[in-house]
Design a protein around this ligand. Structure first.
Ligand code: PHE
Length: 339
């Protein structure tokens, strides 16, 4: 019996392994619950009393040798994996961390907010799912008004009427309902229109609309504010207002800026005229003020609205609106250096 134990000690000392599995098999064979050592310890009672001491010592030697072997082999294996680059060289400088960049729509939205906040406009937001009142009726677009067709609406439910807002003018109605004049606010946000997707149009896009209400607000105030905006935003100081129509403003106008005709691109984007349309605007219709419980005899105001994508396309010469939504990093990473 003692002889067998000594043989096993030799076997343990000579053992070598290079894989985790081999080491585990060895561990189970010697040290497992039903392993050789358990069996041998059970034999202890059958050993003649005179030999017990030596047998016990040999058993302990075997047990320690097996345990040491397992530890040694595991360490060696881990070290060799480390050397093979398994954990990498921990003293090496780390990989450079890729910095993300803001989406161009966020960049331009922030720029627009910044320009208007410098002249006292606050930012207001509202729900993307709207009711008919805030998106249409309060804005002087009663049911069956033909101008509702100007904005192809995604309806969610008919009764109660729920729809995806077609413009952020809805936020301005909410703002007028909950604030007393003087009001100076801009409403940036996502809007939805049931339009065919092309290089120029998308069914989801972003707007910033502005609203100013106080006593004695005139069309001249509107024009000066827009001039300030175009100078700050584009560095262009020539604008013109073309008569237009919106149900919620009277009179209404379309704002063009003089872009110039210096390069071939200028010719292309302005169709050879040098002028570019950038937004709609007008004096808030008295009916709209009345709908929001503001007395049109005391107060007047102006409003304007623009598409953020359109402004961003002009600023960064982006040829296709769909690029904003594809999230192609080759496109997005070009905006890294800005802000
Ligand atoms: N709400 C208009 C649109 O979405 C833009 C606009 C706002 C026009 C305010 C005039 C005044 O097209």
């Amino acid at each position: 019996m003692l002889h067998k134990v000594k043989e096993l000690i030799g076997e343990v000392q000579a053992f070598n392994a290079t894989t985790k599995d081999e080491i585990e098999t060895f561990r189970i064979k010697f040290l497992g619950k039903k392993g050789l050592l358990t069996d041998l310890f059970n034999e202890f009672k059958n050993v003649a009393p005179a030999e017990r001491k030596e047998f016990g010592q040999a058993l302990n030697t075997l047990k320690n040798a097996a345990q040491d072997k397992v530890t040694l082999l595991k360490d060696t294996l881990e070290n060799s994996m480390e050397q093979k680059g398994f954990y990498g060289d921990l003293t090496r400088p780390s990989e450079p961390i890729e910095l993300g960049s803001r989406h161009p729509i966020s960049l331009v939205r922030n720029q627009i907010i910044d320009v208007f906040s410098r002249i006292g406009f606050t930012v207001s937001e509202g729900p993307e799912i709207e009711d008919d009142w805030h998106n249409f009726t309060a804005l002087n677009l009663p049911e069956y008004h033909p101008a509702r067709d100007m904005q192809d609406t995604f309806f969610i439910e008919k009764n109660p009427d729920l729809l995806l807002r077609t413009h952020t003018s809805s936020v301005q109605v909410r703002y007028m309902e909950s604030h007393k004049p003087p009001i100076r606010t801009i409403s940036p946000g996502r809007v939805f229109r049931n339009e065919d997707i092309s290089a120029r149009a998308h069914c989801i896009f972003h707007q910033v609309e502005g609203l100013y209400i106080d006593t004695d607000v005139s069309f001249a105030d509107l024009k000066q504010t827009l001039l300030y905006f175009t100078k700050e935003m584009f560095g262009k100081s020539k604008i013109r207002l073309r008569p237009s129509y919106f149900p919620f403003t009277e009179p209404s106008a379309e704002v063009d800026i003089y872009w110039g005709l210096e390069t071939e691109t200028d010719y292309k984007i302005t169709k050879g005229t040098g002028w570019l349309e950038i937004m709609g605007c007008g004096m808030v219709d008295p009916n709209v003020l009345k709908n929001a419980n503001i007395d049109p005899e005391v107060y007047s105001g102006y409003a304007f609205g623009m598409g953020i994508e359109r402004i961003a396309m002009l600023l960064y010469q982006i040829p296709d609106i769909r690029m904003f939504y594809e999230n192609d990093v080759r496109f997005l990473e070009q905006f890294k250096s800005v802000l």
